[in-house]
Design a protein around this ligand. Structure first.
Ligand code: PEP
Ligand code: MG
Length: 568
């Protein structure tokens, strides 16, 4: 009988099933103990053995760098070859030999030798000093091998893997792609963590908040279920086969879901993409986005002391507008500075509570010329393309603010002027707000933050970011009703829109378009097409009538159709 293999449980934040070997994300490599032991004759380390171990580790690191350089080609190959030469430096080898002779362990000898090398470089002019960080990385790689701990940073085992980490930061994951990462499992993090966002944009399954994940052995096979949040460790062949069949069924189902979004009874619900920079557009178009429901424009303003010129902005907007077919709806959000998006040039005052301070529309109202220039650039780009360009302001609190913003926007040749609903006051007064605006788009990330008074940047409070919470859904319902009463479109562009089950609920609450990470489009399109508007309304009522977010999700999951095939 096969022994029961372990199961770990976390929170599924990106649907689908993955089967593959674990690759652990390395943390900081510890400094090996400094004390030189007694010599071999007195029962201590054998210098010959230590030297040989160090030599083998250094050569393995150099060979791996060359191998990766060959695979990457171009400039990367040159850089990695130069690094391999540093690892094979004869001076470094001599130093390691000398330290091993004195009784240092292989790891300690390598550590000290690299440190000495580093100090020499740091004092040898600007160019050499810039190589110091490279040396730190090489030291960590070699010492990690000798200590048997994971190499720091994203692993590169040379085959597709399930990435397991304590948590992931944006910088860790910038280079990842769906061809190498089959899925994610993290010990920490919540539904709006970077891991969740990245997994959804890559369209791979992810489980976060999974206790015990980082104790998994490198290379052990796991099945990750991004729907149930379960991680099966060392599964049986039969389980692997079942999981593989689910992966294939999901792929086939997603492949069949094409065309514009609509309910099973043919009511259109535009499925749009969230775009953070022009480079995201390719993925959005490839995933069949009907347009853009949230074009975050902050990327143009990051790391600057002066705002970008109208021309610079116009060029960037045109590049995005031109990538979609004629007539596509493209919703541009004007600058959303402050709190989680600090921007140096706005010179925002130091505040005790930035999430409740000068941010979003309020922040740009202090420097209206920034908004005027941005609207002009958007207007010019719109006039130069055939896209249906809409514009909206972030963090609008009242009908007054909506009126002010829409007045500014209507001076430009822009299709429609609207607002984001991210503040409970605006949701409660949605009808008055919509009387001033042409449309509304609900930002569920901030709306959750302000409804629950729970900072979205504080990871211990991440459960309050759960968009299934009935209190949040009541506010969405209120905006949906205001949209129906005034005949104006109401979209959702927060993370909630990319959860296929929740998307059904949102549609049932009166939402007329959904904007999400491109990786979520296929699932949402497919599930929506399997439910009529009456189904969506029924599911919405179930969610609204639940005691909390978890119950709402469980009840909707139980009542929805066709979720198994999608691995939800
Ligand atoms: C939101 O708050 O839901 C939203 C879409 O805006 P951002 O995440 O950029 O604040
Ligand atoms: Mg927001």
């Amino acid at each position: 009988m096969t022994p029961m293999a372990a199961r770990l449980k976390g929170v599924g934040v990106s649907p689908g099933v993955a089967v593959g070997p674990v690759a652990l994300m390395g943390g900081e490599v510890p400094e090996p103990p400094a004390a030189a032991g007694p010599v071999a004759a007195e029962g201590g380390l054998d210098p010959g053995t230590e030297l040989e171990a160090a030599r083998v580790a250094l050569e393995a690191v150099a060979a791996e760098l060359e191998f990766r350089g060959e695979a990457a080609g171009g400039d990367v190959r040159d850089v990695l070859e130069a690094q391999a030469m540093m690892v094979r430096d004869p001076g470094l080898a001599d130093q390691v030999a000398e330290l091993a002779q004195q009784g240092r362990s292989a790891a300690r000898a390598v550590w000290e030798s690299f440190t000495a090398y580093r100090e020499a470089l740091a004092g040898a002019g600007e160019y050499m000093a810039a190589r110091v960080a490279d040396l730190d990385d090489l030291r960590a790689r070699t010492v990690a091998r000798l200590l048997g701990v994971p190499v720091p940073g994203v692993p590169d085992p040379g085959h597709p893997f399930v990435l397991v980490a304590r948590d992931l930061a944006p910088a860790d994951t910038a280079i990842l792609d769906a061809a190498t990462v089959l899925g994610f499992v993290t010990e920490e993090g919540g539904p709006t963590s970077h891991t969740a966002i990245l997994a959804k944009s890559l369209g791979v399954p992810a489980v976060v908040g999974c206790a015990g994940a980082t104790d998994l052995a490198d290379g052990v096979r796991v099945i990750v279920d991004g729907g149930t949040g379960e991680v099966r460790v060392d599964p049986t062949e039969a389980e692997v086969e079942t999981a593989r069949a689910r992966v294939a069924a999901r792929l086939a189902a997603r492949g069949r879901a094409t065309g514009p979004g609509a309910t099973a009874d043919g009511l259109p619900v535009a499925l749009l993409a969230n775009v953070g920079r022009p480079a995201d557009v390719k993925g959005a178009v490839a995933a069949g986005a009907e347009g853009v429901g949230l074009f975050r424009t902050e990327f143009l303003f990051l790391d600057r002391v002066d705002p970008p010129s109208v021309d610079e902005q116009r060029t960037a907007y045109e590049a995005v507008f031109g990538a979609f077919p004629d007539g596509a709806k493209l919703v541009v959000r004007t600058l959303d500075a402050g709190a989680d998006k600090p921007l140096a040039f706005l010179n925002l005052p130091g505040e005790p509570n930035p999430a409740l301070g000068q941010r979003g529309l309020r922040a740009v109202r202090r420097v209206p010329e920034v908004l005027v220039d941005q609207l002009e650039a958007i207007g010019r780009a719109a006039a130069a393309t055939r896209a249906d360009v809409w514009v909206m302001a972030p963090m609008v609190a009242s009908a007054d603010e909506a009126a002010w913003f829409c007045g500014q926007a209507r001076r430009q040749p822009i299709g429609r002027a609207g607002v984001m609903i991210e503040i409970p006051a605006a949701a409660l007064r949605a009808r008055a707000v919509l009387a001033e605006a042409d449309f509304a788009s609900i930002g569920t990330n901030d709306l959750a933050q302000y409804t629950f008074a729970a900072d979205r940047l504080v990871s211990e409070l991440s459960s309050f970011q759960d968009p299934w919470q009935p209190a949040l859904l009541e506010l969405v319902a209120r905006v949906g009703q205001a949209g129906a009463d005034t005949g104006k479109p109401v979209g959702v562009c927060g993370e909630a829109a990319g959860d296929p089950l929740l998307a059904l609920v949102l549609v049932g609450l009166g939402v007329t378009s959904l904007s999400m990470a491109p990786g979520s489009l296929a699932d949402v399109r497919l599930l929506l097409g399997r439910h009529t508007m009456a189904d969506c309304r029924r599911l919405a009522a179930l969610a609204l009538g639940s005691a909390d977010g978890a119950a709402a999700k469980a009840r909707v999951k139980e009542s929805a159709t066709g979720i198994d095939e999608l691995g939800l």
